[in-house]
Design a protein around this ligand. Structure first.
Ligand code: C2E
Ligand code: CA
Ligand code: CA
Length: 695
């Protein structure tokens, strides 16, 4: 080792050695870059890259060798044999091309390492054939051990280089591979040079300057070629990558159906346009558009008709816009249009144009289709000081426009939209409410009028949020229905109701409300069966309450599910009877076990002859169908008296009890039967439950 260091430091010109090393590093780096391109391609393309790869690697090895040879200082005249010098270059090029080709051939498991060995052998051949062309005016003695060591170093390090490059374990392996190849070349060269001793025959008078300059010129030429090749491929690489990135970016922000931008472009543009407005003292008009009944088009005429409608609309909108305006499709049937505005510019003309673009009937799929839509408008910065606020406010305005039948274009209005905003906040807060234990159940007792006894209780969900306080189920159940959270909530209510009913002092029924969404859940009957088994509640003690609107949404499926639930031995009550469109028809489509007369009729009993007539006929209808009727919302003795006289079987309402927590229910259940006299029921309850919670 000391010999090698001595050879480098004493026998070589340091500056040229550094240049040789630099050439070697650049060459190795370019080689692997080209090799990567060869690996990424196949067929003749790979052949092409391997050819370039061989040229670059071979030339840079050759250059390194000859710059180092120029650095070698001898005390005798030196000549180079041109044929052997050129042959050494040729061998280096062909050998490294073959080595890299083998390495990426996948011919056998160790092909990468074998390829490395071939490259190492090419380096060694290049060196020693080059040295065979090195003629001095003296005697050359070779130390065989160093020669062997140099060849081994070249083979091992080249194999290691390819191994690291093709089987990387970390991202640093690329650099490791380059380093190993450089080491292989450099070690071979300087160990090889250490192996050689020159004994001059005649003292040096003047070196062969012509030959040396020719060699230096050749080396410089080849070196420049290699570096040029590296720079060009790197530039080409960057350019191709940039073009590919731009293509990808364009594709990822483009909706192929309508030819408009997509949601991802929209988000980016919205931010950019708000920045534009800030920096130009301007404003931005954002319009969100949602098509009406697009689902119906899909359902009735098929998805291809829906697609054709969107495509035609996209084309019409795209063509109808002017400079400074841009439209994007940001959802299935949702579009967004933006327009830059000056500080005082009005939006009337723009909105009128959008009105014709988005609302004129369209011809698509050979049919003329109506094209109604709601539009929500928000202007930056008047209706929101950030892109996200602006979007949220345009969304709220759109929600209002969708609900309206007359005013189909709505402007953001913070006061009006406050309720909707609160609703959306609640929707977010409701997520995970079950898991956080924010829900609990209250129970409202039902009384059998014949015996005056407690005959069952309806489970009513209660939600207490740390910030929003207690939220009525009349508010949060519809929200939960909208966003699907009703499924976990409904499941929890069912399970808890059954679990608690098992512990009751009296084996009476527990009534549980089911929502429309639950009634379309095919696995619901099995789930109810499972809950009954797990909790051990007798199925006859469970009653589920459904409203007319909840099963009308998907009549066949809902009735099928109801039948399966009833087959478990669970009873089914028709809730809020009289409030739907076709209360009587509901009774015909399904054999309900009980009818719950809506509390609206009860409350009107005192004031409306009509209500009294309806309650009478419902009770008679129940009698003739053999379906017991329970009157909801009984608040006064007068109402109770009327219902009793009309033949009503049971009641539920504040008169008997408000909904109460589970603990209070137990005590209420054990209270002696109400004497059946008007007013006495209330006295009993209020005597026992002075703290009864509000419904
Ligand atoms: P609902 O099923 O008609 O429940 C009866 C509602 O009337 C309860 O309101 C109850 O507190 C109230 N109420 C009872 N007696 C009287 C009375 O004498 N006078 C008046 N003015 N009101 C009375 P709540 O608890 O606020 O529930 C409202 C609605 O929320 C329920 O109406 C039901 O549709 C829904 N709901 C409650 N809990 C659940 C649940 O667990 N699941 C589902 N799907 N819906 C539920
Ligand atoms: Ca109910
Ligand atoms: Ca009801």
């Amino acid at each position: 080792m000391l010999d090698i260091i001595a050879c480098i430091t004493l026998d070589h010109n340091a500056a040229l050695v550094a240049l040789a090393a630099g050439m070697c590093v650049v060459g190795a780096w370019i080689s692997f870059r080209l090799f990567q391109r060869a690996r990424d391609t196949e067929g003749w393309m790979r052949g092409g890259w391997l050819f370039l790869n061989g040229m670059a690697t071979g030339s840079s090895i050759w250059c390194t060798h000859f710059i180092a040879m120029l650095a070698y200082e001898t005390q005798t005249a030196v000549y180079f044999n041109a044929t052997l010098t050129i042959l050494s270059l040729f061998l280096a090029i062909v050998g490294s091309a073959l080595g890299f080709a083998l390495a990426c051939s996948g011919l056998f498991r160790l092909a990468p390492e074998a390829g490395g060995v071939v490259i190492g052998a090419a380096v060694a051949c290049m060196h020693y054939i080059g040295m065979a062309g090195y003629r001095v005016d003296g005697l050359i003695h070779w130390n065989q051990n160093y020669v062997i060591a140099s060849v081994i170093a070249s083979l091992v390090f080249s194999a290691l280089a390819l191994n690291r490059f093709m089987r990387p374990t970390t991202r640093w392996c690329r650099y490791g591979a380059t380093t190993a190849l450089v080491l292989g070349i450099v070690l071979l060269h300087f160990t090889g040079m250490t192996a050689m001793t020159v004994t001059p025959l005649r003292p040096l008078f003047s070196p062969n300057v012509d030959q040396f300059s020719a060699l230096a010129l050749a080396v410089a030429g080849v070196g420049a070629l290699v570096i040029g090749m590296g720079v060009v491929t790197a530039l080409l690489d960057l350019k191709t990558r940039a073009t590919a990135d731009a293509d990808l970016q364009r594709l990822s922000e483009f909706d192929p159906l309508t030819g408009l931008g997509n949601r991802s472009l929209f988000s980016r543009r919205l931010e950019e346009e708000c920045l534009w407005a800030d920096s130009h003292d301007g404003r931005l008009c954002l319009v969100l558009v949602n098509l009406d009944d697009f689902r119906t088009v899909n359902d009735l005429r098929g998805h291809s008709a829906g697609d054709a409608l969107l495509a035609a609309l996209g084309a019409r909108v795209g063509n109808g816009l002017r400079a400074g305006e841009v439209a994007m499709r940001i959802g299935g049937d949702e579009f967004a249009v933006m327009r830059r505005l000056s500080a005082s510019e009005k939006v009337d003309e723009f909105l009128e144009r959008l009105d014709t673009l988005f609302r004129r009937p369209l011809k698509a799929s050979g049919m003329v289709m109506p094209c109604a839509s709601g539009m929500g408008v928000a202007i930056y910065p008047d209706h929101g000081l950030s892109a996200s606020d602006l979007l949220a406010n345009a969304g709220l305005a759109l929600a209002r426009a969708k609900d309206e039948t007359l005013e189909r274009t709505c402007f953001s209005n913070s006061v009006v939209d406050q309720a909707e905003r609160h609703r959306r906040e609640l929707a977010v807060a409701l997520r995970g409410a079950v898991e956080r234990g924010e829900l609990c159940l209250f129970f409202q007792p039902q009384m059998d009028l014949a015996t005056g006894e407690f005959s069952g209780a309806e489970a009513l969900a209660r939600w207490t949020h740390p910030d929003y306080g207690s939220v009525s189920p009349a508010v949060f159940i519809p929200i939960a229905e909208e966003n699907g959270q009703i499924i976990p909530i409904g499941d929890w209510v069912l399970e808890q109701s059954c679990r608690q009913a098992v512990t009751w002092a009296k084996p009476v029924k527990v009534a549980v409300n089911l929502s429309a969404i639950q009634l379309r859940q095919r696995g619901l009957p099995e789930r109810i069966g499972e809950i009954l088994r797990e909790t051990g509640l007798d199925p006859a003690r469970l009653e589920i309450e459904v409203t007319e609107s909840s099963f009308m949404a998907d009549l066949d499926l809902s009735l099928q599910i109801l039948r399966e639930i009833q087959a478990l031995g669970v009873s089914v009550a028709l809730d809020d009877f009289g409030t739907g469109y076709s209360a009587l028809a509901s009774l015909r489509v399904y054999p309900f076990n009980r009818i719950k007369l809506d509390r609206g009729f009860t409350s009107d009993l005192a004031v409306s002859d009509e209500a009294r007539a309806i309650v009478h006929s419902v009770l008679m209808l129940g009698q003739s169908l053999g379906t017991p009727v329970l009157a909801e919302g009984v608040e006064t003795d007068e109402q109770l008296a009327f219902l009793r006289a009309a033949g009503c079987r049971s009641i539920q309402g504040f008169l008997y009890s408000r909904p109460v927590p589970a603990g209070d229910l137990q005590r209420l259940m054990l209270a002696p039967p109400a004497p059946g006299l008007l007013g006495s029921a209330r006295r009993i309850v209020s005597a026992r439950l002075p703290q009864a919670a509000n419904g």
